[in-house]
Design a protein around this ligand. Structure first.
Ligand code: FNR
Length: 176
């Protein structure tokens, strides 16, 4: 199974990227993981969304198309989805209801420095991805709160979170 990892944070020491890295490790040999890079995707402009698209968009669309499933981990910025992630979703969301996102099974994760764990951004993501017909694993939100205390140098070191993530990934694999 091919899984595409999409982080909603561009920063190098991102906790969400670290969460995806942990998920990739926990998937082990049950999946081949590939990283998407949304940082190079330009700001959405429908004038540029013709037959020939910006290279980063074409690359991202191909990665999503080739994946069997998506894992998205995102921070919450001001109670919402980071602009970079929403921007990337908008680019790959066309043609409406027939895009590479349509029917692509997806697991949402979030990590944040607050106790809420970015759960509000996940709620918004669910709503946005409903608009692209992207099925989300039906499960309670997996939101890692106070994440700065659960990772050490980019590695998930909190055993409880690790065990819960493993269970969630098993459910995700079975669902996909
Ligand atoms: C934040 N942060 C944050 N956290 C949260 O739980 N709810 C929020 O609304 C916000 N808002 C917010 C806005 C902006 C602009 C920044 C930079 C940060 C804090 C956030 O949880 C923290 O910076 C995370 O570490 C960001 O995720 P990454 O980059 O570590 O993956």
């Amino acid at each position: 199974m091919k899984v595409l990892l999409i982080s909603g944070s561009l920063r190098e020491r991102s906790l969400n990227t670290a969460l995806l890295k942990a998920a990739g490790e926990l998937l082990g040999d049950k999946a081949t993981c590939e990283w998407a890079s949304i940082g190079e995707v330009p700001l959405y402009n429908q004038d540029l969304d013709g037959e020939e698209k910006p290279a980063a968009v074409t690359r991202l669309k191909a990665q999503i198309e080739n994946a069997d499933a998506l894992l998205i981990a995102s921070p919450e910025y001001n109670y919402g989805i980071p602009g970079v992630l929403k921007n990337a979703i908008d680019w790959v969301s066309r043609p409406a209801f027939k895009s590479v996102l349509a029917h692509k099974k997806t697991l949402l994760l979030s990590a944040s420095m607050s106790d809420m764990g970015g759960v509000r951004a996940q709620g918004q993501l669910k709503q946005v991805l409903a608009g692209t017909l992207t099925p989300i694993l039906p499960a309670p939100e997996f939101a890692v709160g106070s994440a700065q205390n659960k990772f050490t140098d980019g590695t998930l070191t909190d055993d409880d979170t690790r065990q819960k993530l493993q269970r969630l990934l098993n459910d995700f694999l079975a669902w996909v």
